[in-house]
Design a protein around this ligand. Structure first.
Ligand code: ADP
Length: 442
């Protein structure tokens, strides 16, 4: 997992590049839609100019009694964007053809009227603005602000208004400012924005998940390395002690000194039982083994059984302690004695390990459950759901770290479930912890 950093950096670089490319694409799309809108809006302004001019021509009396102004126009085919052949016509999309004709006709009429009646006094800007606004509304645009500037007037636009112009034969006729139609543009882009956001979200989620998996793997890898190193050391000690005890009995036997023989054999036995507990814990970690742990069940008289475990622990407790057992005479359970003994030893060991100078352990047992309670340091609530996970250890914070590998409770839970039982924990930091093993439904 040395490449974790490289992978993370690459993923972040890919995400950032994708994001930049996406923003650039969106920006280009926004500008191209905006251009199309401006084109449309310019046409609205041209129509508004024409409407205002026709009104002026009418007022000046150049129209007949029905308000009709006669025009004499020579139109070329190209003026109205007509197609040269039926194929051309078929290729021309309706809106393109229509827009082009509309534009050409209006500009030809505009040019003619301006050339003929262009000197008919000052334009009516109010009417122009009204006509412009109406044309905009017809085309589906509803800007909040519309300002018309006629040639010769000065206007300082504020903010980000869009500037629209109308020219007749290259000469600027009218300038208009409208509030940006960004909402229209964004509405048109909404589909693509939503799809884009969804893809970005899914992509980010996928990358996040990938990194999460890699980082979890990395942590497990580190913990495993750590575990193997420590465990090798841990296994060596009992082997060395049992070996030495056996060796001295073999090489320097003293049949008269029964006490010495007993002492050495007990030491070897104790170390071997410690070793067997450790090996059981390690084996329980493999999933395969977890499924196939063979259970050699028998009826166990709980009181005597637990008493003997307590006696074994008393020998090795190296702090002030009180251990009590409350168990009705005749209580029993059907279980594998080796594993049940390991379970209880793990719980008692933890109570001793995770307590201050003085520990009180209360064990209660009956036909339905066993509880092991202590007055130790307790387990913060947020860690309680995960303490049974493989390799999990509560961070020690300021306290000195106790030796351990985070596999004791994992083993306990594996065996408890293998028996078809349940285990639960209740704990209050500073006040102590209780583990309860329920043999069946109470
Ligand atoms: P280990 O003791 O080797 O760390 P365990 O699986 O036995 O691993 O326990 C997991 C963690 O749960 C321990 O590291 C400890 O923080 C916490 N824990 C277990 N039992 C107790 C207890 N009786 N009191 C307080 N904390 C406990």
């Amino acid at each position: 997992m040395k490449h974790f950093k490289t992978i993370t950096v690459t993923i972040i670089a890919v995400l950032v590049s994708l994001f930049i490319a996406d923003v650039a694409f969106m920006n280009a799309l926004y500008n191209s839609i905006k251009e199309r809108y401006i084109d449309d809006v310019e046409q609205c302004l041209r129509r508004a100019d024409l409407i205002e001019l026709i009104d002026r021509v009418n007022t000046a009396g150049y129209a007949d009694e029905n308000g009709v102004i006669e025009l004499w126009l020579g139109l070329q085919r190209s003026d109205i964007g007509a197609a040269k052949t039926p194929e051309d016509l078929r290729r021309l999309r309706y809106s393109q053809g229509y827009k082009r004709m509309d534009r050409q006709l209006i500009s030809v009429v505009n040019n003619y009227l301006y050339n003929t009646y262009g000197d008919l006094g000052t334009p009516d800007t109010e009417l122009l603005a009204e006509a412009f606004r109406r044309e905009l509304n017809f085309s589906g645009y509803f800007p909040t602000e519309v300002v018309i500037i006629k040639e010769g007037t000065h206007y300082e636009p504020t903010g980000s208004l869009w500037c629209i112009t109308d020219r007749v034969e290259g000469q600027l006729l009218t300038t208009a400012y409208i509030s940006p139609l960004a909402r229209n543009v964004l509405n048109e882009m909404s589909g693509i924005i939503v799809i884009n956001a969804a893809i970005a979200f899914i992509l980010a989620l996928a990358f996040w998940y990938l990194l999460h998996v890699i980082s979890t793997q990395r942590t497990i890898e580190e913990i495993k390395d750590d575990f193997i190193n420590n465990m090798t050391h841990e296994l060596k000690t009992p082997i060395a002690i049992a070996y030495a005890a056996n060796d001295s009995l073999l090489n320097f036997p003293d049949p008269r000194n029964q006490a010495r023989t007993r002492k050495y054999l007990s030491a070897a036995l104790e170390q071997l039982s410690k070793l067997s507990g450790l090996v059981e814990n390690i084996l329980a970690m493999s999933m395969e083994r977890r499924k196939n742990i063979p259970l050699d069940k028998e009826d166990i008289p709980l009181k005597e059984f637990i008493e003997s475990i307590i006696e074994n622990h008393k020998i090795k407790i190296d702090k002030e302690y009180t251990i009590t057992l409350e168990c009705p005479e005749g209580s029993k359970v059907t279980a594998d004695p080796t594993h049940l003994s390991n379970i209880l030893s793990n719980l008692i060991d933890n109570s001793i390990k995770y307590s201050t100078e003085e520990v009180t352990i209360k064990i209660k047992a009956n036909n339905h459950y066993i509880t092991v309670s202590d007055n130790g340091i307790g387990i913060p609530e947020k860690y309680q759901p995960v303490i049974f996970e493989k390799f999990f250890r509560v961070p020690s914070g300021n306290r000195p770290q106790q030796r351990g590998y985070g596999i004791g409770l994992y083993y306990v839970k594996s065996i408890v479930e293998k028996h078809g039982w349940q285990i639960e924990v209740t704990s209050e930091p500073g006040n102590g912890t209780t583990f309860k093993i329920k043999f069946g439904k109470e």
